[in-house]
Design a protein around this ligand. Structure first.
Ligand code: HEC
Length: 277
């Protein structure tokens, strides 16, 4: 009598188990087959990387490489923090400076020398403005692999901000240089591209520093159609110190030091005076 409920319990358990395990196994097999098929079919990036030169707004293609060609470039490896996960991982891919040299080799030497800005872009509106000098000084990678696995969404720009901590002292918005699904790199000249926001009177060193701060940290949005242009901001806020306004909550707006904000104030003042005349 006392054994009965116990035996019944066992029976119930084993009955439940088989009832559950079969559909579960089926689901596991189904989903693993399904997901392998899905990833084989559509999700691995097989596009091209296009290199363009931006002649003051007019763009011209210099080169275009299919994935297979990019794999033939010398591959670089480094361990850097992924800004998305915060984890330090191994990246492998093409050096951006090699891509730059290769693309610019088609240009006359004088034009090559004028390129001081590299713009990394994807088709989703992602964009980074990277000074050429930074790329020459530090190995920025267009990663094809993360932890030995092909990055299925495509090229990802990785800055050596973990392995080369000096990069952190360059005063650049490094986090914003990490762009996924890159399809284009554009080579340009700051002065040509941002002619409207360069000061004409170049006598106040603090204003000139502020101009540089603005171009490196704010122009990616405020000198594009993504955000109000500097002229509009200056007009809207009149004499109010633009630099002290709390930025509307938008992703990708870099935090600046007090000193940089002071330089920005000087720049906005100087710019306001020039453009109100
Ligand atoms: C990722 C893009 C992006 C970056 C980078 C960025 N901004 Fe903006 N900013 C915007 C957008 C978009 C708006 C308009 C938001 C709105 O109107 O709601 C804006 C608005 C502003 C305003 C107007 C606020 C107001 O109330 O009128 C100021 C001032 C401003 N930004 C300054 C800066 C400065 C200075 C920097 C660089 C340190 C900067 N922004 C960097 C996207 C950006």
């Amino acid at each position: 009598m006392t054994n009965l409920p116990y035996a019944g319990h066992i029976k119930l358990m084993s009955f439940k188990r088989t009832e559950l395990i079969n559909p579960l196994l089926f689901l596991i097999v189904f989903f693993s087959v399904f997901s392998v098929h899905a990833s084989e079919k559509s999700t691995v990036w097989t596009g091209n990387l296009q290199a363009l030169i931006n002649n003051g707004g007019v763009k011209q293609e210099l080169k275009s490489w299919p994935l297979a060609e990019l794999r033939k470039f010398k591959q670089l490896t480094s361990r850097e923090m992924d800004p998305v996960s915060g984890k330090i991982v191994t990246w492998r891919g093409v050096g951006l400076s090699q891509v730059l040299d290769n693309a610019l080799s088609t240009l006359p030497i004088e034009r090559r020398a004028q390129i001081d800005l590299v713009i990394i872009e994807n088709d989703q509106g992602g964009r980074a403005l990277v000074p050429r000098a930074f790329i020459v000084k530090y190995p920025v990678i267009l990663a094809l692999k993360k932890e030995k696995e092909t990055i299925s969404s495509g090229l990802y720009s990785v800055v050596p901000w973990t392995s080369k901590s000096r990069t952190l002292n360059e005063g650049l918005p490094l986090e914003s240089f990490f762009i996924s699904k890159i399809t284009r790199v554009e080579f340009a000249n700051y002065r040509e591209l941002f002619a409207d926001i360069f000061l004409k009177r170049r006598t106040d060193p603090a204003a000139i520093r502020g101009e540089k701060t603005f171009i490196q940290n704010c122009a990616v949005c405020h000198a594009s159609d993504k955000a109000p242009q500097l002229k509009e901001l200056v007009k809207k806020h009149k004499n109010k110190a633009l630099a002290t306004i709390d930025h509307p909550p938008i992703e990708g707006v870099p935090k600046l030091s007090e000193k940089k904000f002071r330089y920005l104030s000087n720049y906005f003042n100087a710019f306001g005076i020039e453009t109100s005349n």
